[in-house]
Design a protein. Structure first.
Ligand code: BG6
Length: 513
């Protein structure tokens, strides 16, 4: 939605000031998968458009698919036009395409890694990439520990003579605290912590990074960013889509594992952390970890009062079309008790936030797609309005809109024109697109770029990932011990289960989705 349509886009003619990263080969395990064609290759295209792909660069897709390098290039060429917005620049794309290779491989077979070493050496010599390799694990999680171990055995993870070797690990990073610890332990046998880049694609979103700028680059924000002025914070990641062909994974995971243990806690971390001493990776991540440690642990008996789960039944979409129940989606077990909605109330025990509830909610097949953080301020005293027609004062609400319709709005009370003192809530609204234009992205560009540059600020450390699992583990345990009896408990296309209303607590209300 374009709100301030009179404002000209100021982004045009504003080339990126960042330098291109050093030369490298990007090896993508799971090269035939969905993520590669939908996100990673389009991200490389967008990076190239902004001049942020290394001049000396190559891609090697690795997978069990029946491809040669030539057929792999043809396959990506047939997909790319549908995956990027706007008209595809053939010049930019062809320049990437010609440097794409494919290796048919069995991830469990050491011989394949010998073939990979030979291919990397060949490509490295051809393109002059200086021996630098970025390995991207876009595979099922079962391979996350094995691939680095086999790479190490083949000598492919060794950093010698100034060359670097880095590994991006996709999510899900474990399925609970113990498995995340095991995975971290296994990775650290083959790699140094500084070689491991654990991805959470929410950290790559421009609007998520802008939260840091909004909080710390404006002197009006921070003085009020604490328990004295803020009543509560609502973090919402609502999706209108269902499981979209990923039932095999999702039915084993559920909303708490899939979204809250990582993406929503990442958002909470950025909103609530203390100011880091600099934008340095160590400084920022240290504050993230401190914050995670300040979250009050949930006692087993508290779970029913602080966590709500739901699963969608049949309902109607915004266009009136019937949407099937989760249990009727292809690939979902008929009596599945997997939650497609989860809401949690967390408290942070530190000087800044004691007493301020942070409510987090996420779900599939909700009324619409909307990711936002709403900071609800305390109401001012009503005293001076007594005797007027004003009976309640609406609180100020600051909404950081992450997606779609990216922006920031601030709601405040204003006098309704007229002879009497009447108040209404009005909004000031900043819309990204109006100021900076429409910059298409997949959300992976910055992450890939930063990894190539060796900057881990936007990636998660082992302690951060484990911290996230620690927060949700009591809920995972309680929910698995007691299967839900009321599923499905919300209609597809609605705002989620009625029980979630209670979580907002003490007369507070969730914002409508
Ligand atoms: C993924 C989850 O990590 O994030 C998906 O596995 C979810 O279930 C997706 O749909 C949401 O990401 P985005 O960027 O569309 O908000």
């Amino acid at each position: 939605m374009k709100r301030n349509s009179g404002i000209e886009s100021r982004r045009k003619n504003r080339p990126s000031k960042a330098p291109p990263p050093p030369p490298c080969v990007m090896v993508i395990f799971g090269g035939g998968g969905d993520l590669v064609k939908r996100k990673l290759v389009p991200a490389l295209y967008y990076l190239s458009l902004s001049g942020l792909l290394p001049e000396r660069f190559a891609v090697v897709g690795v997978g069990g698919d029946d491809h040669t390098s030539e057929s792999y290039r043809e396959y990506l060429d047939s997909e790319i036009g549908n995956m990027v917005s706007g008209e595809l620049s053939q010049e930019v794309w062809k320049n990437i395409e010609r440097r794409i290779h494919f290796l048919r491989a069995d991830f469990r077979d050491q011989e394949s890694y010998g073939d990979l070493r030979a291919l990397i050496e060949k490509v490295d010599e051809q393109e002059g990439t200086g021996g630098n390799v970025l390995f991207y694990l876009a595979t099922p999680p079962a391979f996350f520990a094995e691939i680095p171990a086999r790479l190490a055995e083949e000598g492919l993870t060794a950093e010698e003579g100034g060359r670097w070797r880095r590994v991006i690990v996709e999510k899900p990073f474990g399925r609970d605290l113990q498995s995340a610890r095991d995975l971290n332990g296994a990775l650290l046998k083959s790699l140094g912590e500084e070689q491991i880049y654990r991805i959470d694609h929410y950290l790559g979103k421009e609007t998520v990074q802008n939260i840091v700028a909004y909080r710390f680059a404006n002197s009006t924000t921070e003085p009020l960013w604490n328990r004295q002025y803020i009543d509560h914070v609502q973090i919402t990641v609502a999706e209108s889509l269902g499981v979209e062909g990923r039932a095999g994974y999702y039915d084993q995971a559920g909303a708490l594992r899939d979204m809250i243990s990582n993406h929503l806690l990442v958002l909470l971390g950025i909103v609530a952390m203390e100011p880091p001493t600099s934008l340095d990776a160590d400084a920022v991540r240290l504050e993230g970890v401190r914050l995670m440690r300040s979250i009050k642990p949930i006692a087993d008996e508290e779970v029913p009062a602080v966590a709500v789960r739901g699963q969608y039944g049949e309902g109607k979409g915004a266009d009136g079309a019937i949407l099937p129940a989760y249990r009727d989606e292809p690939g979902v077990a008929p009596g599945s008790v997997t939650e497609t909605y989860a809401a949690v109330r967390l408290m942070i025990d530190n000087w800044r936030w004691t007493g301020v509830p942070f409510t987090l909610r996420t779900g599939k097949r909700l009324a619409r797609r909307r990711t936002e953080i709403a900071v609800v301020y305390k109401r001012p005293p009503l005293a001076m309005f007594r005797g007027s027609t004003v009976e309640t004062l609406p609180p100020n609400v600051l909404v950081l809109r992450i997606q779609p319709d990216e922006g920031i709005e601030f709601g405040f009370g204003a006098k309704v024109p007229g002879a009497h003192m009447g108040l209404d809530s009005v909004e000031m609204d900043f819309c990204y697109e109006d100021y900076f234009g429409d910059a298409p992205s997949t959300g992976y560009e910055t992450l890939i770029y930063e990894c190539m540059c060796g900057d881990a600020t936007l990636f998660r450390q082992s302690v951060g990932v484990e911290g996230g699992w620690k927060v949700v583990q009591p809920i995972l345990d309680a929910w698995s011990a007691e299967p839900p009896k009321d599923f499905p408990n919300y209609a597809a296309g609605s705002d989620g289960p009625a029980a979630a209303a209670l979580l907002a607590g003490d007369g507070r209300r969730w914002r409508p989705i």
